[in-house]
Design a protein around this ligand. Structure first.
Ligand code: HQG
Length: 182
């Protein structure tokens, strides 16, 4: 993504996931806002964002972070929320294993508490190690944790798959975790 689009994507992530009020916006219960309101909010923040550019941000986004409603009148974030939204995803059968990238400095705590969603609504999991590695790198020296997802699902835990292909679940207790380093 071009630098300009990355900057816009960060602004949109902030308002659609964490702080809509900071831009004078309010998300509906499913996380949507009117596109016209978002464009107006960007303008008030001195960001140059029009519909053509917004379509580019959505289409070229490396992680498919945002989705338009079918009529393109509304937009929402596909994952990453800290504000309470009901994404209306149906529970899905996960693959046998999913992966979580984290920083090595968090491992001791994770080995005690399991994976917790911290500020976000869900624990976010990747379907491949490469993606998990990238996610972990954002926090420091990366480490990949394997989650025995199918086993968890068999035990009654729910999994959702976002429109951006990220798996979402609640707390993952330590019995389902496997660590790379011994
Ligand atoms: C860690 C990005 C200590 C957890 C990514 C993570 C993702 C613990 C950090 C999405 C812990 C939270 C979410 C425990 C979990 N003790 N640390 N018990 N349990 N943690 O950013 O998963 O680029 O809230 O391992 O791609 O890194 O923004 O979560 O390191 O899909 O679109 O606490 O955000 O997407 O960090 O990232 P985050 P995340 P975007």
């Amino acid at each position: 993504m071009q630098k300009k689009l990355v900057r816009l994507s960060k602004f949109i992530s902030l308002v659609l996931r964490h702080k809509p009020e900071s831009a004078g916006l309010q998300l509906d219960p499913a996380g949507w806002v009117e596109v016209s309101a978002l464009l107006k909010a960007a303008k008030q923040t001195n960001l140059s964002l029009d519909m053509v550019t917004l379509e580019q941000v959505v289409a070229e986004n490396d992680k498919q972070r945002f989705a338009f409603s079918p009529d393109k009148q509304r937009i929402r974030a596909n994952h990453g929320h800290s504000v309470p939204v009901e994404l209306e995803l149906s529970p899905r059968q996960p693959p046998d294993q999913l992966f979580h990238g984290t920083a090595t400095r968090f491992l001791a705590s994770i080995k005690t508490e399991g994976l917790i969603s911290q500020g976000r609504l869900y624990v976010h999991l990747s379907s491949n190690r490469e993606m998990a590695h990238k996610v972990g790198r954002r926090h420091g020296q990366p480490s990949i944790i394997t989650v025995q997802a199918r086993k968890m699902a068999q035990d009654g835990h729910l999994f959702y798959c976002s429109a951006s292909n990220i798996w979402l679940t609640n707390t993952v207790s330590i019995q389902y975790l496997e660590f790379d380093e011994k």
